[in-house]
Design a protein around this ligand. Structure first.
Ligand code: FFO
Ligand code: ATP
Length: 188
């Protein structure tokens, strides 16, 4: 069976599993590891049954510059726009929403230092299963070349952890996973 087929089957299972999970949003705030105030943090705006990190984003915006992904229609690399709690949002592809405004890759490039990554399933080793667009893999690979100190934090319910996931060469491993039960560090 091809990797693509195995990933699709894992996605079906992971979607069904995640849809039945829930947690107190404050727990994701509580276990946030803390970052230097200069760190630019890329969040995500939740869709489907992803962990709702809006309370975390609100809190982080008090001390950090927050950016959110803008999904392009013709390439894989995500762009980022500045977000503040009063930012107006507009609709993008696949039911996503992003802040109205100038792309951050204009005059004042806001290249994130930390990226919060949504996911369907993860392993203890930092493997990640997304929706299959390849957007985060392409974006993280690009960012990591420009900023080798880039850190990635998957955000998931603890119940989204699985023993093993089908992987391929382009898959980017996560450095940490933030769950309602604590922060998992995948390698040291
Ligand atoms: N909240 C959030 N924002 C995100 C992502 C994400 O996974 N979550 N992305 C991560 O790449 C990028 C957007 N890409 C996406 C690709 C596919 C689907 C998705 O829901 N696919 C559905 C089918 C939807 C449809 O065909 O209309 C699915 O797979 O069930 C969502 C986002 C950037 N922004
Ligand atoms: N850096 C890259 N450049 C070009 N294609 C890529 C890159 N990374 C991944 N892809 C391709 O994108 C497709 C989807 O990848 P994958 O199944 O890993 O997506 P995903 O991680 O589940 O989705 P997403 O990142 O959008 O949440 C694969 O065919 C993969 O080969």
């Amino acid at each position: 069976m091809s990797i693509a087929t195995r990933k699709d089957q894992a996605r079906d299972r992971a979607r069904a599993l995640r849809a039945g999970l829930s947690a107190n949003a404050n727990d994701f705030v509580r276990y946030w590891p803390g970052m230097e105030p200069s760190a630019i943090i890329a969040g995500y705006w939740p869709i489907n049954s992803e962990v709702d990190i809006r309370p975390l984003l609100q809190r982080l915006s008090e001390s950090h510059t927050i950016v959110l992904p803008v999904t392009p229609r013709d390439r894989l690399r995500l762009s980022f726009r500045r977000w503040t709690p009063d930012a107006a949002m507009e609709a993008g592809p696949f039911g996503t929403q992003h802040p109205v405004g100038e792309l951050s890759d204009g005059a004042d490039p806001l290249v994130p230092d930390v990226v919060l990554v949504p996911l369907l399933a993860f392993t203890r080793q930092g493997d990640r299963l997304g929706y299959g667009g390849g957007y985060y893999d392409a974006t993280l690979a690009g960012l990591k070349t420009e900023k080798p100190s880039l850190r990635t934090v998957g955000v998931a319910y603890a119940g989204q952890m699985v023993k093993v996931l089908p992987t391929e060469k382009t898959d980017m491993q996560l450095d940490h996973i933030l769950t309602e039960n604590g922060l998992i560090t995948t390698h040291v």
